[in-house]
Write a protein that binds this ligand. Sequence first.
Ligand SMILES: NC(=O)c1ccc[n+]([C@@H]2O[C@H](COP(=O)([O-])OP(=O)(O)OC[C@H]3O[C@@H](n4cnc5c(N)ncnc54)[C@H](OP(=O)(O)O)[C@@H]3O)[C@@H](O)[C@H]2O)c1
Length: 200
Amino acid sequence: MRSVVLAMMTTVDGRLDDPGAWVPGVGDDVYTEIERNFADFDTILVGRTTYAEMVAYWPDAEAGGDAFVGSNANINHRMAQKMNAYQKYVFSRQEPKATLEWNNAEQVLARHDDDIRTFVQELKSRPGGKIHLAGGAQLAQTFVRLGLVDEFDFKVHPVVAGGAHWFDHVAIGLDLELVSATHHENGVLGVRYRPASKSG
Ligand SMILES: NC(=O)c1ccc[n+]([C@@H]2O[C@H](COP(=O)([O-])OP(=O)(O)OC[C@H]3O[C@@H](n4cnc5c(N)ncnc54)[C@H](OP(=O)(O)O)[C@@H]3O)[C@@H](O)[C@H]2O)c1
């Protein structure tokens, strides 16, 4: 059965927004691990706000038009190829106004929790790889509340940064079990958890 993985970057205090303000650079070994993990994905689930940011960046990054420099520019280019090729589902509560312009992107009209449950159940029943729940916080928190996240994959950056947080509006408690922890050169911790209720 395919699993839904909430893969994201955060600060020690759980910041979500404006990663450029608190990620000084992704770090070679961190980006290598992200690339390895992303090889398991073939589908991305994303909220409309995060979609707008992604479509403004990734197509241009593959075409060579972005300003990404540094030793992991090659990884960034390969990531851009993957991002552009993945099947992308963009969640909204509103009727689509126009066809989405990004390759393999489709809107999911979800007015009620049941629309999301049914969509995810059907998606997981199809053959395919892991499903990347990319965020942002609004969409991720709905998935957490509905018990639809099978794994949490955090890259925790060694900084306290204020800002908007991932889980401010999750009104449930969720016990997690550690799957793995990786310590990176730049102080980033890669931690993977799964809900205790889904183990064994
Ligand atoms: N740190 C990281 O790794 C990371 C990763 C991803 C994103 N981000 C950041 O996250 C921020 C955006 O997050 P956000 O929480 O503001 O927005 P978001 O979740 O990306 O998008 C919000 C929109 O998605 C739709 N949506 C959300 N939940 C829904 C639901 N349950 N059912 C149907 N539609 C739903 C709605 O669209 P409609 O208004 O069209 O109905 C809503 O307005 C950005 O700052 C971005 O940079 C950070």
